[in-house]
Ligand binder design. Structure first.
Ligand SMILES: C[S@@+](CC[C@H](N)C(=O)[O-])C[C@H]1O[C@@H](n2cnc3c(N)ncnc32)[C@H](O)[C@@H]1O
Length: 525
């Protein structure tokens, strides 16, 4: 069993002194090896299902509702957009400012904030060279570093500078810096929960008197637990979390609940809420010595890395169809690949031009692009997506991707779609599959390395730094899906070709199975 670590005592004693309760005979904090999450929670004895491991008074969660700052600042100026106010109830700037202020003034959450990490392995903190390792993955586009800096300079700093009585000038270079903004933002991204308000609707912004009351637990005897508070897996720095509505869930830091690590399909505890407190409850029996996990909805590695700074590496079930060239087939079974529609449009344009007698003419190219632009605008107007999610090969291909390919490459389908006001059905034929193969090649071309390269690097990981290794694991997972899909589509094409051969030998050729394009053999990346 992992040893219990005295470094957790300040957090635990602060938690208990402020009304938190812990079943200390069952629940302990400890430090696991880094690849198992580092600091985390452990079962000290066999725990049955539905046992409360600890409880947190709502008043001890840290949010713009529980911090005194918004009411001291003035709710109107906090909420109103510039120039009348600072729009601090939108996004995470308000919560970040509360965290900065509580830290600067050694407020109620000082011991909790001091216990949180200040160093992160999320790509937000990576160097350019490290970020380059992620080229081709969806992580790069979603970093949101520029948006975060904009929030800091345009919203948070002006609010700070407007109130010298609340934000002392000598605190500014220490607590209200861009670096601190990123640190608190990353703490929110990796640890916060969205907590619904109590049914009574009380406790919106705290006034001074209310928050002066220590957050003692008014434990209620409630047999039935309400739905769980959701882990803030969904939030982004740039997501608009409009907290105007008092019924809406609010992004909150939840001490103790955020000490639990996550692992694919390993969740054994969940956070539930009652009127006055939140409770972490076991959702299955946990054996003494096992880690207690609260998992954020089995995310793919790209998202785990972007939000939390870690990746899951587990055996990949063969039936999911991930391609592997080596004997080591480990990764995250929940991986997916994002595919942008512009790749599909470019491949469709090439295919259309290729069929024209004078494919090199600039006039033809312009006309083709103009036509495709009309089709894609129509697609978006009809609510079509501009990013598709490719799942492991055992799952079916996204129906909307097939539909878009038909819309872009088949004039009859395009005409029918407009007549019926409905995108084409997701039926595959030789033409769609050939285009899909090309799309997969183009998607693979976005990476700097091949599956072979990555597997070879991972096979000799001796001095692979953690960030490089995590980037490689993300790339590898995505490529294993793309290679697997390419194999699957190639087999489907082969089957169609031989079926068409048989039928033409037998004299009957089915409609729709004999596109003009021959199948082009691509060089494997
Ligand atoms: C909610 S906190 C859990 C407590 C955290 N381990 C700590 O030391 O404070 C989430 C963070 O823990 C780490 N983590 C969680 N699950 C992990 C896992 N399976 N492998 C590696 N790190 C993990 C990541 O750094 C993540 O951002």
């Amino acid at each position: 069993m992992p040893s219990l670590d005295a470094s957790f005592y300040p957090l635990i004693s602060w938690f208990r002194a402020n009304g938190g309760t812990i079943d200390e005979s069952s629940f302990g904090l400890t430090t696991f090896p880094a690849e198992e999450g580092g600091r985390g929670a452990v079962a000290l004895k066999d725990i049955p299902e539905s046992q409360t491991l600890f409880s947190i008074p709502r008043a001890l969660t840290l949010s713009t509702r529980t911090s005194r700052l918004p009411s001291l600042f003035g709710i109107d100026r906090w909420r109103k957009a510039a120039p009348a106010g600072f729009g601090l109830d939108k996004g995470w700037a308000g919560l970040i400012l509360c965290m900065m202020w509580e830290e600067a003034n050694h407020g109620r959450w000082a011991a909790y904030l001091a216990s949180l990490p200040s160093r992160f392995d999320t790509p937000m903190f990576w160097s350019e060279e490290e970020i380059a390792e992620l080229k081709g993955t969806s992580v790069v586009e979603k970093l949101g570093k520029a948006d975060a800096e904009h929030e800091f300079y345009k919203k948070l700093l002006p609010a700070v500078e407007s109130r010298k009585d609340l934000f002392f000038p000598h605190h500014i270079p220490v607590y209200y810096t861009l670096e601190k903004f990123h640190i608190h933002g990353s703490r929110i991204l990796s640890r916060s929960f969205t907590v619904d308000p109590p049914a009574s609707g009380s406790g919106y912004y705290q006034d001074e008197e209310a928050s002066a009351v220590n957050g003692s637990s008014h434990a209620m005897d409630v047999d039935e637990l309400s739905p769980e508070a959701s882990h803030e897996g969904s939030g982004d720095v740039d997501v608009d979390t409009d907290n105007e509505d008092e019924d809406e869930g609010i992004v909150s830091m939840v001490p103790m609940a955020d000490m639990l690590n996550a692992r694919y399909e390993s969740e054994n505890a969940k956070l539930f809420y009652e009127e006055n407190e939140l409770k972490m409850v076991s959702t299955k029996p946990i054996k003494a010595g096992e880690q207690i996990f609260n998992t954020y909805s089995d995310l793919p590695n790209a998202e785990l890395l972007r939000r939390y700074g870690h990746v899951d590496v587990l055996p990949l079930p063969a039936e999911l169809g991930f391609a592997t060239l080596s004997s080591d087939s480990r990764g995250n079974p929940g991986d997916v690949v994002e595919l942008r529609a512009d790749i599909v449009v470019n491949v469709a344009a090439r295919s259309t031009l290729g069929k024209q007698p004078d494919s090199s003419s600039a006039t033809n190219a312009d006309a083709t692009m103009e036509d495709l632009k009309g089709r894609i605008d129509w697609w978006l107007e009809m609510g079509g997506d501009d990013v598709f999610v490719l799942e492991p090969p055992a799952s079916s291909l996204p129906a909307d991707l097939i539909s878009l390919i038909r819309l872009l490459t088949d004039d009859t389908e395009w005409r029918k779609a407009q007549e019926k006001d409905k995108p084409p059905k997701a039926k595959t034929n030789r033409n769609t599959l050939t285009i899909l193969m090309d799309v997969l090649e183009q998607r693979l071309a976005l990476y700097n390395s091949t599956l072979e390269d990555d597997e070879a690097t991972l096979a000799s990981p001796a001095d692979l730094p953690l960030r490089k290794r995590n980037a490689l694991v993300v790339r590898l997972g995505e490529k294993r899906i793309l290679y697997g899909l390419r194999e699957k589509i190639s087999n489907e094409l082969d089957a169609l070709v031989s079926k068409a051969g048989d039928e033409s030998a037998g004299g009957s050729k089915r409609r729709g199975e004999g596109g003009n394009e021959g199948r082009t053999k691509k060089q494997r990346r």
